[in-house]
Each structure stands twice: as structure tokens, then as C-alpha cells.
Design a protein around this ligand. Sequence first.
Ligand code: NAD
Length: 547
Amino acid sequence: MNDKAMSALNRGVKVLHDPIRNKGTAFTEADRKALHLTGLLPPRVHSPAEQEQRVLGNIRSKSTDLEKYLYLVALQDRNETLFYRVVMNNIQEMMPLIYTPTVGQACQEFQHIYRRPRGFYISANDRGNVKNVLQNWPHTDTKIIVITDGERILGLGDLGAQGMGIPIGKLSLYTACAGIHPTQCMPVMLDVGTNNDALLNDPLYNGIEQRRMRGKAYDDLLDEFIQAANEVFPGVLIQFEDFGNINAFSLLDKYRDKINCFNDDIQGTAAVVLSGIIGALRITGGKLSEQRLLFLGAGEAGIGTADTFVAALVEQGIPVKTARRQCFFYDTKGLLTSDREHIQHHKQRFARKVAPVESFLEAIETLKPTAILGLSGQPGSFSKEIIEAMGKINKRPIIFALSNPTSKAECTAEQAYKWTEGRAIFASGSPFDPVKLGNQTHVPGQGNNVYIFPGVGLGAIVSGARRVTDEMFLAAAHSLANQVLEEDLAAGNVYPPLGKIREVCATIAYEVAKIAWDKGLTDRERPQDLLAEIKAQMYQPVYPHYA
Ligand code: NAD
């Protein structure tokens, strides 16, 4: 066989094993001839719809969610177009498998289920060499990086290098929901060690065997990564994900005005929760300025949400100090009062001059909040007494159990509805099924930042924004709230249905991109029809032609 024939053969086999270009049994007769694939595939050509049917049959026949997850990961590794077709056409069913809650279990068991590499690892051992290492990434058009150091994976704590499942899952959602092309997405695990002894003692653990790097060495590695990423992929958007709060706030403060970045746990969560509150007020008829928020948990998500809530009130002309007075925090040390000793920097602005209380229940009884927001990772912490107390104070109490995964939710949907005789306006971070009480079916909303980050990222990428600003997240929150339909609100759901997520993301992207142009954050020329341009750029899972 001559060289030319050999290279034609190789090309075909390479296409077959390249998940981005592979079509599996959907290679047409003409494709097969052109790529010399005849004989390498079963002879019958299937349509993408038939392939999807086969995949769904396989998924639905698996008995556990983790098996379904593994099946989907394997599909993504061999045929991304089909993977995204299946995910996008069945988003309600697939989202809990590729994202929370199943992704949490996948991270916990990563050392046992590991099969093929996906995403990119940078470890403490790469110090001084990060730029060279980054150049091993096979795609040059990277537009977005989601990076974690695995210290606070969902509400599951420090999972070290096993946290890689999170950036992979988030970026799959960037593609499925916001249409960022899969080759433009780069999941990164910054492996700086772990303080999880069980993992360190496990011979199958695949991260570096050391305790977490802290202090200057950590900061220097982060700095090196940020600089190298911007050199290798100029202007890349970096999303910080599931960092411990010991680093999350300081990283955001350090980089937000220097590079194109945001922290999803602080800013993304904030926007989705604010949107949920605005949605709830469309049900109750209340005003944002009248809301008293009591947070369980004063970490990244809680403080970020309170800051964004305050920003929304400031937008309405209310002074910052007055707005902050509407927010109360209860954490591991009890109610956050100004006489507490050693208050961490990010909490100080919310420390309040109020009398101490003995419990979260007492905090509810004395502060009379209109909403309780669970961002603590403590399952069951919204007890019957707590929910009943909210029901006594409020006609329609807002109860958001936002901790992930489902096993960490502060209460279940059923508990919230049952203990308030169906009056609660409930949302949760991970999905709960609708609850039937008497004649009414209550549909819990999923207050998850998946409604926000893909659209914000898309808007920033399409506009070429140099920065992602708080104003963009506020606009995203308003945009999301405006997209909730009356019929969803009637069923108690304060978020749009997941089936509309592509539309939701495109509309959020439009609002974000508009700010980029209005505030001079981009040098790109503004398209005549921005929304049409955004939609046109969104990836569709359609096979290429080879013949
Ligand atoms: P974090 O570690 O920054 O903060 C956790 C907070 O909870 C801390 O203030 C801690 O003091 C408090 N806490 C812990 N145990 C407590 C207890 N027994 N009583 C009272 N407070 C307690 O974490 P985070 O980033 O703020 O995330 C917290 C939770 O929110 C996680 O479970 C995470 O999955 C969830 N979250 C959900 C979304 C979403 O989209 N729904 C987004 C981000 C985070």
C-alpha cells in the first residue's frame, strides 16, 4: 500500500476515534467511502434520531444514577455530538445525571470509576512550568476555563483531585445550555493536595499525595496559572469553581479587575437566588425592599447572595447601609452579631447590632424574616419547628434549601410544603419532584446557578468583554426573573422550566453583552441584531459531512 492510501486509511480511523468528529453508525455511505470506513462499522446507517433512541434505551435500563452517569461519560468520550443531542433533547432527565446530584457521587467515587482522562490537570509539581504544560492541551481556541482546586466540592467538602467532575460537568452545561462549542471549553483541576485523610490513605486516589499547599506557594501557583492561561489562550474567561472560602473571596478580589473572570459560587449563586426571590414576590405581591433575609450559612454563596440583594436595592435608590440591614446571617458560631470576636473580612459588613439568640429557631422568632435561605451544606437543618415558625410569621414564607447535592439540602420539598400547609414558596439547589398535597401539585423550582453562569459566559464570550462585572450578574438575575411564566408561578415554581434553558441563556447573554458594549468593556464591533448574532453562534449538535 502506498503512502497516500495509508494516510487516507489513517484519517478515517482517526475520525472514528475522535469524539468531536465521530458519527458512529450515522456515517453515511458516502462518508464511509470517503473516509475508508466501509467494513469498520456495521453496515446499516442509522439516523441521529435512531442513535438517540438507542442511547436513551441504554440509559433507562441502568439501575443506578451512577451507572447512567458512567454511560453518559463514555458516550461523551466517543461521540460528543450524540452526547449533546441526547442531553439537549432530554435536559430535564439528563441534567441531574451529568450535574448535581449525581456528579457529587461521581466525584466521591472518582478513584474507582476513573476510565479515560478528560479535562486538564495542573499540580503543585508543575510550578515554574505551567505555561509549557498548558500547551499540551490539544485545542487552541479555548474560550472558557472552569477551574477548581477541589477544596469545597458542592456541600461535600475537600475531595482533592477528585473534584475534576465539577469543571467537566459545568462545561458540559456551557455547551448544552449556552451553546459554547465543546472544543472551546477547558476543565482544569488545580491539584494542590488534599486534607482529606481518607483519600490520602487510599492507594487508588489519583491526586498528588500531600496535604493542601497554602500561603505564598499556593498564591504563586495560582498567579502562574492565571498568567500562563492568558498567554496561551489570550482573553480566556476563567470561572473559579468550588474553591474553599479560605481562598475564594481573596482570589476574586485579587483578579476580578485584572483579568476576565468570575466566581460562580459567589456571583452565579447570588444571581440565581436573587432571581428566585424576585420570582417569589411576583407570587406574593411583596416588594424587594420589604424582604428580610435570614441566611443559614455565611460562606461564599450566602455572602455573595446578600451582596447582590443589596445591589438590587441600591439600584432602587435605597442606601447601602439600609439595604444591608435587611440581611441576617446564622453560621456555625450562631447569629452574626457585631460583638462576635474575629469576624472574617467577608462577613464583617453583615455583622449586626442585635441581641444574641440561642438557636436558628429563636433567630426566626425574633428577627421575623420573610425568607430563609439554606446555604450551609447541613441536611435537615430546616426542621419542622423552623418551617412551622416561618409559616406562622408569613402568609407565604420563602424557603430556599439551596445546598447541594440533594443529600445536603436543608429540607426536602415535601417537608417545606407539608409543614406550611402548602403555603411555602420553595426552591432547592438540586432537583426535587413535584409534591401533591390535597388537590394541588406544587412544583419546586431548581435554584441552581446553571440558570446563570452559561448565559453570563456566553454573553461575555460573544461580546469579547474584557471583564465580567457585578452589573452583569444583576442584569442576569433580572433577566432570569422576567423569563418565569405565569403558569410556572401558579404552580409555585419561581424559575423557568429547564426545557427553556437555551432560550433563557441566550436572553441572559444578550443582557450581559449589551453591558459589555454600553460600558466600553469590549473593542469588538456591535452586531446590528445582537440577539440573532448570539443565537447564530450557539453550537448545535449536528454531524459534519465528510463526502
Ligand atoms: P462555604 O464553605 O463558603 O460556606 C458554608 C457556610 O455554612 C459557612 O459560613 C459555615 O459556617 C456554614 N455552616 C456550616 N455548618 C453550619 C451549621 N451547622 N449551622 C450553620 N451554619 C453552618 O460554602 P458555600 O460556597 O457558601 O456553599 C454552601 C452550600 O451552598 C453548599 O452545600 C453548596 O453546594 C451550596 N451552593 C448551592 C448553589 C446553588 O446553585 N444552589 C451554589 C453554590 C453553593
